[in-house]
Design a protein around this ligand. Structure first.
Ligand SMILES: NC(=O)c1ccc[n+]([C@@H]2O[C@H](COP(=O)([O-])OP(=O)(O)OC[C@H]3O[C@@H](n4cnc5c(N)ncnc54)[C@H](O)[C@@H]3O)[C@@H](O)[C@H]2O)c1
Length: 372
């Protein structure tokens, strides 16, 4: 079954998704195939990149033209955050299904409105968050659900990078609150940190947050300077009810973490077992075992993905692979063929992540614990 796709926003992520579609043959026993038909982007250079994709028959600067194309069934939107609400709502009202980029609107209010329109239109919508599709993410999820952890003592989930430590890096829309959102790094990296804890039913009941800003000014890329006002680092200390206990759950989102490059990690510690995984050690999965002696055991994961591929089991999984896994999951779930495998972030999870971000802003500003 072919599914015709349109992309609004062909920048970094729009192109990444295009490449995942271009090697769809990597997936085996895959009954659904995405066919990229249309791209909308304001930038003519971006649009011309898509000339090399033979299936693309429509390249437009006005995304309304893409939405008017009756061939398009699913739209992927990857634009700056201040445009999410308007474009997502228009996609849904045009009768299309949606894979929305995080953070699912610029703030909680926008996320609530998007959810109302999903309800109203009944379209199939998921929010982009690919990291849990890594074999380490999948194993951590299984371990957490296995019931073998004993009493859960602590959970840490986060996403770090370091690129903002370079003061010569040019500013872009992600460093300006007007376009990235008041949440700054919470909007940028928060869904990655929240997805697994939320999927496990561990939404914090109350939180305390510490936020930090980066450089107030950066080169604007045109020889001048641009003001940057977003939060760059966020530590959100939460309490979640797990097994009837109040358990500390810490969410870490940082753009100023010395040495880190797109490092997604999760650690779940219990009295009987535990699991630790970080993309900084892509293949390494750490499992805790308590017996007479206590052990942290490390094993190297191979290409163990939820959606099978032709890639040999001894090889390693990377970013491009999990983007493809996420799309396989989206298209199969949309077709009713997920069969219990891991699904993409749901609108209610994206909305819950925004409740955490809004609470974190309030907590930091007023230096208080916020009930969610
Ligand atoms: N899932 C992930 O791992 C991941 C990684 C990076 C970014 N993102 C998300 O993807 C989205 C886009 O980020 P990016 O890094 O690709 O940004 P980007 O700046 O590289 O690309 C955005 C594109 O949107 C286009 N655009 C802006 N306004 C438009 C409009 N009105 N109509 C059509 N096109 C328009 C721009 O010209 C640009 O090409 C954001 O929501 C971001 O948070 C997700």
């Amino acid at each position: 079954m072919n599914v015709n796709i349109g992309i609004i926003g062909g920048g970094l992520m729009g192109r990444e998704i295009t490449s995942a579609f271009a090697r769809w043959c990597a997936l085996v026993d895959m009954p659904v195939t995405p066919v990229l038909k249309a791209v909308a982007d304001l930038n003519p250079e971006v649009l011309s990149w898509f000339e090399k994709i033979p299936s693309v028959t429509q390249r437009v600067s006005d995304y309304h033209e893409l939405l008017a194309n009756p061939e398009i069934e699913v739209v992927y939107v990857a634009v700056p955050h201040h445009l999410h609400e308007e474009i997502y709502v228009n996609v849904l009202r045009a009768g299309k299904d949606l894979l929305a980029e995080k953070p699912f609107g610029i703030d909680l209010k926008a996320a609530e409105r998007i959810c109302e329109v999903i309800e109203e239109t009944g379209r199939f919508v998921r929010c982009s968050s690919e990291m849990p599709f890594l074999p380490g993410g999948q194993r951590a999820f299984e371990v957490a659900r296995s019931g073998k952890l004993g009493r859960v003592l602590e959970v840490v989930s986060g996403f770090h990078h370091a690129s903002d430590l370079d003061p010569t890096k040019a500013a872009n829309w992600k460093r300006i609150s007007k376009t990235c959102g008041e949440g700054g790094v919470l909007n940028d990296l928060g869904m990655h940190a929240c997805h697994l804890p939320l999927r496990l039913g561990w939404e914090p009941k109350r939180i305390f947050a510490q936020l930090q800003k980066g450089y107030p000014e950066r080169p604007d890329g045109r020889g001048g300077k641009a003001e940057c006002d977003t939060w760059d680092n966020a530590l959100v200390h939460g309490w979640s009810e797990i097994g009837g206990e109040d358990v500390p759950v810490r969410l870490e989102m940082k753009r100023l973490q010395p040495g880190a490059t797109n490092t997604w990690f999760i650690e779940i510690l219990g009295t009987e077992g535990g699991v630790r995984y970080s993309t900084a050690d892509t293949k390494g999965l750490w499992l805790f075992e308590r017996g007479k002696e206590q052990f942290w055991k490390r094993s190297e994961l191979g290409f163990e993905t939820a959606f099978k591929t032709v890639t040999g089991g001894i090889f390693e999984v990377g970013f491009a692979d999990v983007i493809q896994q996420m799309w396989a999951s989206y298209l199969l779930e949309r077709a009713g063929l997920l069969d219990g495998r891991f699904g993409c972030a749901k609108p209610e999870e994206a909305l819950a992540s925004h409740r955490i971000f809004a609470g974190a802003l309030d907590s930091h500003e007023n230096s208080k614990v916020v009930e969610l």
